[in-house]
Design a protein around this ligand. Structure first.
Ligand SMILES: Cc1cc2nc3c(=O)[nH]c(=O)nc-3n(C[C@H](O)[C@H](O)[C@H](O)COP(=O)(O)OP(=O)(O)OC[C@H]3O[C@@H](n4cnc5c(N)ncnc54)[C@H](O)[C@@H]3O)c2cc1C
Length: 243
C-alpha cells in the first residue's frame, strides 16, 4: 500500500518505521523544516548538544521507546543520570527524590497532610484503574483525596508550572500516568532528542521512507477509493493517510 503520514514527530516517524517494515511505501509530510515535532530541539553551531524547546526526558519504564532505540542499535546513546530533585519551601531547597526524603520534607508538616500525601502517592503508584481516573480532572481528584492543603502546596504548583492557566482542565489519568511510570532516574539521548530525531529520520530515509520537510498538508480528499493529499498547490493520491 502507498501510505502518507502527516507529521515527522516521533509518533509519525515510529509509525513510518513499522509501516515500512511491514512492506508499505511510506511518505511523511512535515510542515516544519526539521523532524522531531514537539520533542525537537535547537542548537547553536558551537554547542555539542541540542536543547529541547520543551523540557523532555524518558522514564526507565518507557519501554516502547527504549525498546525502539535498542532495536535501532543506539542503546549505548541512552543516558540515565540521576538528577537532584528538590522542593523549594520557605526559602530553602529540600531533597525530594525518594520516599524517605519526601517523609522528611517539612513543607507538609508531619501530621495528617503528610499521611494523605503518602497514601495518595501510594494509591496512584499501585492502581491500574486509570479508566475511572479519566472521568475526572486532576484538580478535582486531588482536592478531594489529597485535601486542600496538600493540593495547594504540592500538586497545584506543579500543574500550574506545566499547564499555566489550563491547569484545571488536566485529566487525572494523565497525572496518574506520570506518577505511575515515574522513575528516579531520567533519561535522554546523547546529543539531545533532536539528535535522536535526526538519526531516526536518516535511518528511515535509508530504509526508503520519503520525508518531505517544509511540506504542509492543507487538504485530504476522497477520490475514487483513494485519498488525495494536498499542500502548496500540489497533490498526490495514497491508499491510506495517517494523521
Ligand atoms: C511541554 C511538554 C513536555 C513534554 N515532556 C515529555 C517528556 O518529558 N517525555 C515524554 O515522553 N513526552 C513528553 N511530552 C510529550 C511528547 O512531546 C509528545 O508525546 C510527542 O512529541 C508527540 O509526538 P507526535 O509525533 O505524536 O506529535 P508531534 O510531536 O506534535 O508531531 C506532529 C508533527 O506534525 C507536524 N504537522 C502538524 N500539522 C501538519 C500539517 N498540516 N502538515 C504537515 N505537518 C504537520 C508538526 O509540525 C509536527 O512536527 C511533552 C510535551 C510537551 C508539550
Amino acid at each position: 500500500m502507498r501510505i502518507a503520514i502527516i507529521g515527522a514527530g516521533f509518533g509519525g516517524m515510529a509509525a513510518a518505521y513499522d509501516l515500512k517494515n511491514a512492506g508499505h511505501a511510506v511518505t511523511i509530510y512535515e510542515s516544519a523544516n526539521y523532524v522531531g515535532g514537539l520533542a525537537s530541539g535547537f542548537k547553536e553551531p558551537h554547542w555539542d548538544w541540542s536543547v529541547e524547546k520543551f523540557y523532555h526526558h524518558w522514564f526507565q519504564t518507557d519501554h516502547e521507546i527504549l525498546d525502539l532505540v535498542k532495536e535501532l542499535g543506539w542503546e549505548d546513546k541512552v543516558l540515565f543520570p540521576r538528577p537532584l530533585t528538590v522542593m523549594y519551601h520557605n526559602g530553602k531547597f529540600y531533597p525530594f527524590d525518594s520516599i524517605g526524603k519526601a517523609l522528611l520534607f517539612p513543607g507538609l508538616g508531619f501530621g495528617l497532610d503528610k499521611i494523605r500525601f503518602g497514601f495518595v502517592g501510594l494509591y496512584l503508584r499501585l492502581t491500574n484503574n486509570w479508566k475511572a481516573l479519566e472521568k475526572v480532572t486532576a484538580d478535582a481528584w486531588m482536592l478531594k483525596w489529597a485535601g486542600k492543603d496538600v493540593y495547594e502546596k504540592m500538586w497545584k504548583p506543579l500543574l500550574i508550572g506545566k499547564f499555566g492557566p489550563f491547569y484545571r482542565d488536566v485529566n487525572m489519568a494523565w497525572m496518574w500516568a506520570r506518577i505511575k511510570a515515574r522513575t528516579t532516574r531520567l533519561g535522554t539521548f546523547e546529543g539531545g532528542f533532536q539528535r535522536f530525531a535526526d538519526l531516526f529520520a536518516e535511518k528511515l530515509r535509508e530504509m526508503g521512507v520519503e520525508i518531505r520537510l517544509g511540506a504542509r498538508v492543507d487538504s485530504i480528499k476522497r477520490e475514487q477509493g483513494r485519498l488525495r493529499v494536498g499542500g502548496g498547490g500540489e497533490s498526490e493520491a495514497f491508499d491510506k493517510v495517517l494523521v
